[in-house]
Design a protein around this ligand. Sequence first.
Ligand SMILES: NC(=O)c1ccc[n+]([C@@H]2O[C@H](COP(=O)([O-])OP(=O)(O)OC[C@H]3O[C@@H](n4cnc5c(N)ncnc54)[C@H](OP(=O)(O)O)[C@@H]3O)[C@@H](O)[C@H]2O)c1
Length: 280
Amino acid sequence: MCEKVKHKTALISGASSGIGYQCADLLAQKGYDLIVIGKRAAKLEKAVQTLRQHPVIIYPLVLNLCEPDAAENVFSFCKVNHLHVDVLICNAGMNCVGQLMHTSPEEIIDILQLQTLNPSLLCRYFGREMKKKGGGHILIVSSLTAYTPFPTLSLYAASKRYLHSFSKAIAAELKPFNVKVTDLCPGGVETDFFDNRGKFILLAMRFGLMMNARKVAEKGLNAMFKGKTYITPGWVNCLLIYMIHLLPRFCVAWLFNHTSLFANETDSKYEQKNKYLNHE
Ligand SMILES: NC(=O)c1ccc[n+]([C@@H]2O[C@H](COP(=O)([O-])OP(=O)(O)OC[C@H]3O[C@@H](n4cnc5c(N)ncnc54)[C@H](OP(=O)(O)O)[C@@H]3O)[C@@H](O)[C@H]2O)c1
């Protein structure tokens, strides 16, 4: 990761914190100019200020990637500024914890837009450019939740499953053109992501099972530059993937019947919260 590059550009969605920010920092260390995208202007500005310690050019882009035309706007921004993307990192994601029946139609559209349509379109726009140029790297951030349906994480886990499958397919399509696609599939990582911590997450934190965002970014970028199609950082996570298939069905059924393990949300808690909000 230490060898410096010249005149290369990386585009990172969701670069204002967590895994995306760490990827941006590592790539800037390597000499990449950066196009960094985030939703909240102040948060992105703060991240950009620290990234400016590196002698590279940084293009911040405040955008809500849930908007249907967001990917097209990102592409136009690059065209207007004559920016050629050598590394694309589709990382932006949102935490969507809750039962589907408690999720608003707007939230459903937002998460699917952010975690399926937007990365697909970004890969389509920039993948075509890389193919024409005869080289490039794409890193898609999915999740360990892609391996099994998760009650109270139905949309999140299903959209990550989409990315998991999508990245493998386009990796094969783009391989003949020297465009490498890698699926980064992290388990729990300590970031801003968990504003609503279920017992499952709190337990994982207590037992030190959550990974450090820097480490995850390092592993992801190393795998990407080596041209690997897939990486799950951490041996415990690799073991979990293997165990999921071996788990007896009654254990899975028990877990699925205790959804509060995944999120602090049961029907009665939801009603209590709603009653409280309606009284405000
Ligand atoms: N943390 C984990 O345990 C874990 C595990 C597996 C996979 N992942 C995946 O890793 C990726 C990065 O998450 P993280 O853990 O690093 O969390 P994070 O620190 O919360 O980072 C999420 C990034 O995405 C951006 N973002 C979210 N919604 C956006 C929107 N609508 N438009 C533009 N940008 C948006 C955020 O910007 P704003 O703050 O401005 O909204 C932020 O920069 C996500 O795809 C997540 O699903 C995380």
